[in-house]
Design a protein around this ligand. Structure first.
Ligand code: ADP
Length: 302
């Protein structure tokens, strides 16, 4: 029996007896001048109320379990799809090379090896996402906080992203307009920015223009990633940072995702006492901005 049918059976199995005993209790109370009628009526009504309350609690708990089970099933299906796509491509190019079909064609051999390496980078990024979420959800992170400019984190995310995309596939602009010190974990910030770059890539059409900018903003440093992609419907924007939430992006180039990227981004931003904001317009593009407080510059990054 599925959890949903168990919930329905429980609701039906309890509602009828509760209704009957409630009516019985009311009748005894209404008809009773005698004290035993009143006591009996009150007892029956209390029993009905307790049964009804317990049924509600059990239904809510079962409903929660059903939702978690559904999320787990969706997650397993989505992550398998995410991992299979680059794997299939790696296998195909490796087999082509193994069969010697490209022997003597240096240009295509080099292109095939580059594709294999790019797909490997995607696989690694997907696995990192899942591990980052596991660490965040289990509070198992051990960030190495240091004071320094955002340059190293931005440059490492950009370098990793560039290894994931074909040369010339993305028009990527990087503008580091300030070196203001921020207390941050370079790896954590690097993975936050890589997640935003990956999304900017996934949710854009074939003419991909992405920019990443670091600038001063009052007491904060703002790091933003802007794209000219499909944008996000206004009524969905409020939920995109929820774990496992995915907008139905049928025009997202076949990418299904697992709904963890932005949950990790928000978690990372908050664990740096910062916040993440989004501005988006459907069909025009999106801008995700992370605001981090400037560090009180007492200790310098070596
Ligand atoms: P995933 O990309 O794995 O689905 P995320 O948590 O990274 O999960 O994103 C949640 C949802 O937000 C995505 O399903 C997508 O619809 C939307 N989204 C995220 N980034 C962008 C973007 N740059 N442009 C348009 N939509 C986006």
């Amino acid at each position: 029996m599925s959890l949903t049918s168990a919930i329905v059976a429980l609701a039906v199995g309890v509602i009828l007896p509760v209704l009957l005993s409630t009516s019985l209790g009311i009748v005894r109370l209404a008809s009773g001048g005698k004290s035993e009628d009143i006591v009996f009526g009150v007892l029956v009504l209390s029993f009905a109320a307790a049964a009804f309350g317990s049924a509600i609690v059990v239904t809510v708990l079962l409903g929660k379990r059903a939702r978690v089970a559904r999320l787990q099933a969706d997650f397993t299906a989505n992550i398998s799809h995410e991992l299979r796509t680059p794997l299939a491509s790696i296998r195909m190019y490796a087999q082509t090379l193994q069969m010697g079909r490209l022997d003597g064609d240096q240009k295509r051999t080099k292109e095939s090896l580059e594709i294999i390496l790019r797909e490997t980078e995607w696989l690694e990024a997907m696995i990192d996402r899942v591990l980052a979420w596991r660490a965040a959800a289990g509070d198992r992170e051990q960030p190495e906080m240091k004071i320094g400019s955002m340059r190293v984190a931005v440059e490492s995310a950009v370098a990793r992203f560039e290894r994931m995309v074909a040369p010339g596939e993305v028009d990527l602009g990087v503008s580091i307009e300030c070196e203001t010190p921020v207390l941050h974990d370079v790896d954590g910030m690097g993975s936050l920015l890589l997640n935003l770059l990956i999304n900017a890539y996934k949710y854009s059409g074939s003419d991909k223009r992405i920019s990443i900018t670091v600038e001063d903003l009052d007491d904060n440093v703002e790091i933003s990633v802007k794209d000219n992609g499909i944008g996000i419907r206004k009524d969905r924007v409020g939920r995109i940072f929820d774990p496992f939430y995915q907008v139905d992006s049928s025009n997202a180039g076949g990418s299904s995702g697992v709904g963890l990227g932005l949950a990790i981004v928000r978690h990372q931003a908050r664990s740096h006492s910062g916040e993440v904001y989004v501005e988006s317009e459907e069909g025009v593009g999106s801008k995700f901005s992370v605001h981090l407080p400037r560090a009180i510059d007492t200790k310098k990054d070596e």
